[in-house]
Design a protein around this ligand. Structure first.
Ligand SMILES: [Zn+2]
Length: 267
């Protein structure tokens, strides 16, 4: 995974890449971005992914000499299952989420909610919980701004030292297509999403070189145009379509333009 920036006293890394895709027949895919910040005496995760990414998350922390016990702070953008389920991995962390977002998640009907209800209710009762208010400095150098639409009280975290800017947008701007079209899909309020995407897009365009970390895509650098992806996409699935376990097929989940020349989209 890639280093994103050194900013506001933090080394900022993309620990897990988000992926701009949706499963058609088998339930949600939910491959979301997880960001690690180290500095100011803290180890911070912004979002923690879904249950399925747990081993990957721990392995990527271990590659950096970190265990789950070293994480001091978790910042959650919203209460959806694919962004928050692993908060329980970090017993020494303060776990912050927007107060209104948490209250909304607690009140949602189970049939339609993307919230992981038991993880949400456990967080609400946990001494680790810290309730955030929009506009507050969530941690030194990280400002929480409310970004409604995808959920009514989704938070976006912004780092800015006066010359550089990193925007941790999560599902307020899920992917590059939403950014460029100024329109969100899978949103609880389409009009609010469009307003939010326009506002976050303006924050990103205001600063040359600013980095936008989408919830389900590669990060985008402001190049003065439509944005340049930071890093190479890595996503794929291994399939057992054959008659024995060694007979596998790898399917790379990348755009045709992202494939090495010798390799097609399926390899
Ligand atoms: Zn979401």
């Amino acid at each position: 995974m890639s280093d994103l920036a050194e900013l506001c006293g933090y080394r900022i890394e993309l620990l897990v890449q988000g992926f701009p895709g949706k499963s058609l027949e088998n339930g949600g895919l939910g491959w979301s971005s997880v960001v690690l910040l180290r500095g100011q005496g803290r180890v911070i995760l912004v979002d923690t992914g879904s249950f399925s990414v747990r081993r990957t998350l721990l392995a990527r922390l271990a590659e950096r000499g970190l265990s789950r016990h070293d994480v001091t702070d978790v910042l959650l953008t919203h209460a959806h299952y694919d962004h928050m389920m692993n908060w329980t991995l970090f017993p020494n962390a303060s776990v912050a989420i927007g107060a209104a977002e948490l209250d909304h998640a607690l009140s949602e009907p189970i049939e339609t909610s993307l919230g992981a209800e038991l993880y949400v209710s456990a967080l609400a009762a946990s001494p680790q919980l810290r309730r955030l208010t929009p506009g507050e400095e969530a941690l030194p150098g990280l400002t929480a701004i409310e970004a409604p639409g995808h959920t009514p009280h989704h938070l976006v975290f912004v780092l800015d030292d006066g010359s550089a800017r990193v925007i941790l947008a999560a599902d307020a701007v899920k992917n590059r297509a939403e950014l460029l079209a100024v329109s969100g899909v899978s949103t609880q309020d389409s009009a609010a999403s469009a307003t939010t995407i326009a506002r976050i897009g303006a924050l990103w365009r205001e600063r040359p070189g600013a980095i936008l970390v989408c919830g389900h895509d590669l990060p985008l650098v402001n190049d003065g145009a439509d944005g340049t992806y930071l890093g190479a996409r890595r996503a794929g699935i291994l399939c057992w379509f054959g008659a024995e376990p060694g007979d596998t097929r790898q399917i790379a989940l990348v755009a045709a333009s992202e494939c090495p020349p010798e390799q097609g989209p399926t390899a």
